[in-house]
Every structure is written in structure tokens, then in C-alpha cells.
Design a binder for this molecule. Structure first.
Ligand code: ATR
Length: 263
């Protein structure tokens, strides 16, 4: 989807650039970054599973990306590559547009990977509590420790397979799925429809399908469902602004995304 969104933005702003997707194996990451440098590429995005690992191969990280330890946007300054992270700001913008109140909120994050890290840091400035649930609970604990060094707020972690998830879902004002669960059109974790309620906002970072099972279930229980395509556009708009130093044509980008898959 990002090529559709970014190429629409380049066309509408008459910037002579093209955005192309490449599939990169884990073992080829370093060589791929070197190749982009040698080719004089001006900027690129990084996605799963490379967002954390890529930090080792860049020349500089901006303050937020360094703190988070995860990069989704790289801009070239001459031959130097600088890493940024726009996932967090993209998510906050998307939830605010949907009407969510972030100040003093209780947030449940599913996942503890690169995207979750970015979101957790962004939420931590406003939220009252953050609960992190992950398949590998050790990764959730590592994220908890990093956050607690920097922010004073109540952070709890649990295993995806644990009992606490029911209470966490019921108590949350904002629930974000930042795992790849749901990409196959199924949603396996033991989350029940009657744990959701009106007044909650549920954001799914998975955007294929646009309406995931998690979102369907949450909406049918009265919660506000926010799809990952909106977030993809918003974080992409921030990337565009980093690469071009120009305002992103956000409406054009949303329209391009909508044409590919309904929002
Ligand atoms: P991203 O950059 O998109 O966050 P990532 O860093 O690879 O990608 O993180 C993927 C997240 O999805 C992790 O939280 C991962 O859980 P683990 O830490 O246990 O690996 C989660 N994830 C991926 N596949 C999953 C699955 N089948 N069931 C549950 N969680 C899954």
C-alpha cells in the first residue's frame, strides 16, 4: 500500500520521485542498506521484521528513534543515512482523528515488537496506564523496563496466553493490535466480544484485510473501530514530510489508499 500512497503524493506535489517496494531477507539487511547508499537513494521506509535491526546500519538516529530503538523512516543527508520513527505520531494522529481522548487514558498494547515500542513511547507522554501483552512475555518486560526508566506511569505486562487479558481489555480506553495477528483473516488470541464496550477505541495496525476480525468484533460490541490503513497514511505523511521538507498532501494520500481498499 505504501507505494500507492507515496506515489500519489509525489504526483500531486510534482516531486520527481518514485517509491518502490523491495523484499529484503534478514541476512541481506546490511548489504541492502549499503546498496541503497551506493545508489544515492534519498529516503526509504523500513518495515517488519527489520525496524529494530536496521538501527545498527544507519549513520545517525534522531532523538526519538534512538530512544525507541526502532526506525521506520530513513532520510539521506548526502551519503549519511538518518533514521526516524513516525509510527507513534501516526498512531496518535489516527486515534485523535477518530475522536479518542489520549490524556489520562488507559492503553492496552498487543505486541512488543518495533511498532509497539514506537507506540508505547508515544502513548507514555499522555496515558495514565499502559498494559503490554505479548506472545513472548520477556520482550514485553524489556519494553516495560525501557519505558519505566524514562516515564513515571503505571506499566503492566502479561503473556498473550495469560488470564489477565480479559481484565486488560475490559479496563482499556484504547486497544491497539501491533502484532501481525489477523493478517491471515483470522484472529486467534482469546479475546471475547463481550469484553469490549462502548467508549473504547480499537486500532488494528493490520490493514490487510482493512476490516480485521478484531475490528469487526470490537465494533459489534459498540467500540469505535479504527483501521490500520488510516494509520499507514498518517505515518506515511510524516515520512513524506521528513524526505521532502514539504507538507504532505494528506487528503490525496487517503484517497489513494481508499481506492485500493475501503477505509
Ligand atoms: P513490527 O515492526 O511490525 O512490530 P516485529 O518487531 O517483528 O514487527 O514484531 C511483531 C510482533 O507481532 C511481536 O510482538 C510478535 O510477538 P513475539 O514478540 O512473541 O514474536 C507478534 N507476533 C507475530 N506473530 C505472532 C503470532 N502468530 N501470534 C502472536 N503474536 C505474534
Amino acid at each position: 500500500m505504501s507505494p500507492v500512497i507515496q506515489n500519489a503524493a509525489f504526483r500531486s506535489t510534482r516531486i520527481k520521485a518514485v517509491y518502490i517496494p523491495f523484499c529484503v531477507n534478514k541476512s541481506d539487511l546490511r548489504r541492502s542498506i549499503d546498496a541503497l547508499r551506493a545508489l544515492g537513494i534519498r529516503g526509504f521506509n523500513v518495515t517488519a521484521p527489520h525496524k529494530v535491526e536496521v538501527c545498527r546500519y544507519l549513520d545517525k538516529l534522531d532523538r526519538l528513534a534512538k530512544e525507541i530503538g526502532s526506525v521506520n523512516t530513513v532520510a539521506a543527508n548526502g551519503k549519511l543515512f538518518c533514521g526516524y520513527n513516525t509510527d507513534g505520531i501516526g498512531a496518535l494522529r489516527t486515534l485523535e482523528e477518530a475522536g479518542a481522548q489520549l490524556d489520562g487514558s488507559s492503553v492496552l498494547l498487543l505486541g512488543a515488537g518495533g511498532a509497539s515500542r514506537a507506540l508505547a513511547y508515544s502513548f507514555a507522554s499522555n496515558a495514565r496506564t499502559i498494559r503490554i501483552v505479548n506472545r513472548t512475555v520477556l520482550k514485553a518486560r524489556q519494553l516495560q523496563h525501557r519505558l519505566q526508566k524514562r516515564f513515571k506511569l503505571d506499566i503492566t505486562v502479561a503473556s498473550l496466553a495469560g488470564e489477565s487479558i480479559k481484565q486488560f481489555v475490559e479496563d482499556a480506553d484504547i486497544i491497539v493490535n501491533a502484532t501481525s495477528m489477523g493478517q491471515n483473516g483470522r484472529f486467534d488470541p482469546p479475546i471475547r466480544k463481550n469484553w469490549f464496550h462502548q467508549g473504547q477505541f480499537v486500532l488494528d495496525l493490520v490493514y490487510r484485510p482493512v476490516e480485521t476480525v478484531l475490528l469487526k468484533v470490537a465494533r459489534s460490541a459498540g467500540a469505535t473501530a479504527v483501521n490500520g490503513l488510516r494509520m499507514l497514511v498518517n505515518q506515511g505523511a510524516c515520512s513524506f514530510e521528513i524526505w521532502t521538507s514539504r507538507s504532505a498532501p494528506v487528503a490525496v494520500m487517503h484517497k489513494a489508499a481508499r481506492q485500493e481498499g475501503p477505509m
